[in-house]
Design a protein around this ligand. Structure first.
Ligand SMILES: Cc1ncc(COP(=O)(O)O)c(C=O)c1O
Length: 359
């Protein structure tokens, strides 16, 4: 792999995942700067990049910590020296709770819960090992994934959690969802409706004496709405760092840092090529990815083959040439690769293993 360092990105063996570090750094600084003079803090989600190197850059730029989706991500981030980690998800089996409790001994680690038995399990494990486990109650404020929906249920849950040994209640997590299909006006209105339902629960708990030091929500698509909503204390955007075409299409204008490099392996017809990148190297849960070069459009993906239409049959494009593609969904494309090729000014400057990609 070292042989590729210092070479042009066109010389990388394909399929390859490329990350333009200049654009990544601009994205990191832009998001951090937005929050510099705001009461809300930034805790970026690492489920997108899965790379401690980028998590550290986010913290250097002003983030208070990192959000993770899995215990594996949290372990990788903690091992690399990240001091404050929110697992914005549920850990319900004893092996994962054990690992969470172990992490809580080396850094500030916070996990979400929406179930009393789960809280009791965490409490038991934390108490047994002399640790304090930090928890947020997850609120369903419209995404309809996990989370407590009713204010009275949240109040009931907190009343039963507070007396548990080894648990510290820190607040609420209520990710409102990406709202990608909404127009800007509708997005603002729907997002604020969801934020309002989260804050209504926060206010009720406060009224009963349960201080919500943390109220975490927000993603890349809603950071400028949720991040300004009163009493939301931190936001957790992920995709803005690398970007992808479905975020761009929904109006997010951060720089496109992530691409996939492919090689033309066949030109069976003048207006069609086949590339060596298929579904195993490009996710399509958010639609068909886009080619950077104008006049080329992917129209189908098999496992290891991509089918690309050429608008102009006279276009010069030969077997062995490279084409670059913007993934439609970065978060689901990145874990398909072992490593990123980090690019600066078209040159490969390093190869970074995506170490937090596993389970
Ligand atoms: C819990 C949670 N927080 C934040 C996000 C925001 O992610 P993104 O910024 O990639 O839209 C997501 C997206 O799935 C999420 O599930």
């Amino acid at each position: 792999m070292k042989k590729i360092l210092g070479k042009s990105k066109n010389q990388i063996s394909t399929p390859a995942l490329l990350l333009d570090i200049g654009i990544v750094e601009q994205n990191i600084v832009r998001m951090a700067d937005f929050f510099k003079d705001k009461p809300c803090r930034l805790r970026p989600h690492c489920k997108t990049h899965k790379l401690p190197l980028l998590a550290k850059k986010q913290i250097e730029a002003g983030a208070i910590g990192i959000t993770c989706a899995t215990i594996e991500e949290a372990e990788v981030m903690a091992k690399s020296g990240i001091k404050s980690i929110l697992i914005a998800n549920q850990l319900v089996t004893s092996d994962k709770i054990e690992r969470f409790v172990a992490l809580s001994k080396i850094c500030e680690c916070i996990v979400c819960i929406d179930d009393l038995d789960n809280a009791k399990q965490i409490s038991k494990m934390a108490h047994k090992t002399g640790t304090i486990a930090n928890i947020l109650i997850e609120i369903n404020c419209g995404l309809n994934r996990c989370g407590v929906s009713q204010p009275e249920s949240a109040l009931e849950l907190i009343k039963q959690i507070v007396p548990l040994e080894g648990i510290s209640f820190r607040g609420l997590m209520g990710y409102e969802g990406g709202l990608f299909t909404y127009s800007e006006e509708e997005k603002k209105s729907e997002c604020n409706k969801r934020n309002q339902s989260l804050i209504a629960i926060r206010d009720l708990l406060e009224q009963y004496g349960h201080h919500c030091e943390i109220v975490s929500a927000g993603g890349s698509n809603t950071y400028y709405i949720t991040g300004l909503y009163p009493k939301i204390t931190e936001i957790q955007p992920g995709s803005y760092v690398t970007m992808d075409s479905h975020n761009t299409q929904s109006g997010l204008d951060f720089g496109q840092a992530l691409t996939v490099m492919a090689t033309v392996i066949s030109r069976p017809e003048k207006n069609r090529i086949v590339i060596d990148v298929g579904k195993k190297a490009l996710s399509c849960d958010e639609g068909i990815p886009k080619c950077i070069q104008p006049g080329l459009s992917i129209f189908a993906l098999n496992e290891e083959h991509g089918h690309v239409r050429i608008e102009n049959p006279d276009m010069k494009l030969n077997v062995g040439d490279k084409i670059e593609i913007i993934p439609s969904h970065g978060c689901t494309t990145i874990p398909l690769y072992n490593c990123y090729h980090i690019i600066n000014n078209r040159i490969v400057v390093s190869v970074e293993e995506i170490i937090a990609r596993g389970y």
